[in-house]
Design a protein around this ligand. Structure first.
Ligand code: PLP
Length: 401
């Protein structure tokens, strides 16, 4: 039965993790996976998460019964408040509902399933480049046309907003567009507020269905409200839209698989029907979601003191990342590395799209600096101890190739 099964291509970030774990080089650096690391290069369990877990462990009213199909109610409403702010009209006018997903990935998959099976969408536009899983998720949900819109401008190492708008303007009717809400992965380049206004105009003009992906709220500026500006702005305009939220990064809850799909319906009266169809869609995928991550997030977000602690800990993470951007650029400047490296500081969020070519990346790998073939590095993997080594390898790569 299995004799014809062929190996699939490896998943790049997980391959890099394995290669890095296997490497005996004391100077090895993992800049592949998008996960926060401390100054010591270690994973960080947020202190507020530990506090919530201790409280949960001592709470005798909790149990391991099934959650509702749509997820933990306290989590779903709190997640929406973080996303939109409690005063936003979609919240005060009850035009939004959340559905717990298995991480941001699960929220995206739920969105894709609903768009395909319930609303008969078949075309989706993703940015070029985009996060490695977007295309696969939509393909797996049955979308037959997965198209790209221009995004990255290699010359300016910035956003090609005119190209993006032109491509979206040419989208056929009934297309979905995925927009990275903040801290674009992999480029670290976001639209300005003026550019978002142009993008909104095109989406309205072409009647595109907008699905925001927000996996880094808080990571870009350190401020949750500022980082959610784009989805809030679109939701201001009386549009039907989806927002797939992930709490993997901003809570450091990567393996708890906690996310939320926010459904904004300009007609509030449609939400019960939408909910019933979402529940059927969830039922055949994971039946009902896991509890632990949802309970942690809900405990923190529904407690004033914990919430303040969490915001402080997000700032700790985003500040450290920003510091490492500066240190990497300073090191490159000190070495006189050919080229302009200011984009590393200008880009935001967890990643930098360095602009290193495939050959230069190969050189980095040969020095056991693990990074994606596209030239993307996770800035969170840099530390005061390894940044000079990474800069030296980049310098050598640029001079050699
Ligand atoms: N969307 C983007 C842009 C991401 O970078 C990621 C994770 O790296 C996700 C979604 C998925 O997040 P999660 O790990 O919560 O599934």
């Amino acid at each position: 039965v299995f004799s014809d099964v062929q190996s699939a291509p490896p998943i790049e970030v997980f391959l890099l993790n394995r290669l890095c774990a296997e490497s005996k080089d004391p100077n090895k650096v993992n800049l592949g996976v998008g996960a926060y690391r401390t100054d010591e290069g270690k994973p960080w369990v947020l202190p507020v998460v530990v506090a919530a877990e201790l409280q949960m462990a001592n709470d005798k009213t909790l149990n391991h019964e099934y959650l509702p199909v749509a997820g933990l109610p306290d989590f779903r409403t709190a997640a929406l408040r973080v996303l939109f702010g409690s005063e936003h009209k979609v919240i005060t006018e009850n035009k939004v509902e959340g559905f717990q997903g298995l991480g941001g990935t699960g929220a995206l998959r739920l969105a894709a399933e609903f768009l395909k099976k319930i609303l008969n969408y078949d075309i989706v536009y993703v940015s070029s480049p985009t996060w490695g899983n977007h295309k696969g998720i939509f393909k797996a949900a049955g979308f037959s046309q997965i198209k790209e819109y221009r995004y990255w401008d290699a010359d300016t190492r910035g956003l090609n907003c005119a190209g993006m708008c032109e491509d979206l303007m040419a989208a056929p009717p009934k297309s979905v567009v995925i927009l990275h809400a903040v801290a674009h992965n992999p480029t670290g380049v976001d639209a300005t507020k003026e550019e978002w206004a142009q993008i909104l105009h095109v989406c309205r003009e072409r009647e595109l269905f907008v699905l925001f992906d927000i996996a880094y709220q808080g990571f870009a500026t350190g401020n949750l409200d500022e980082d959610a500006w784009a989805p809030r702005y679109f939701a201001d305009q009386d549009m039907d839209l989806f927002v797939a939220q992930s709490f993997s990064k901003n809570f450091g809850l990567y393996n708890e698989r906690i996310g939320n799909l926010a459904v904004v319906s300009k007609d509030a009266s449609k939400l019960p029907e939408i909910r019933s169809q979402m529940e059927i869609t969830i039922r055949v995928m994971w039946s009902n979601p896991p509890n632990h991550g949802a309970r942690i997030v809900a405990t923190v977000l529904n407690n004033k003191a914990y919430y303040e602690d969490w915001k402080g800990q997000i700032r700790t993470m985003s500040d450290r990342i920003m510091k490492m951007r500066h240190e990497l650029t300073d090191n490159l400047k000190k070495l006189g590395t050919p080229g302009n490296w200011d984009h590393i500081v200008k880009q935001i969020g967890m990643f930098s799209y360095t602009g290193l070519s495939a050959k230069q990346v190969e050189y980095m790998l040969s020095k056991n600096v693990f990074m994606l073939g596209s030239g993307r590095i996770s800035i969170a993997g840099l530390t005061p101890k390894n940044v000079a080594y990474v800069a030296k390898c980049m310098d050598e790569a640029v001079r050699a190739y």
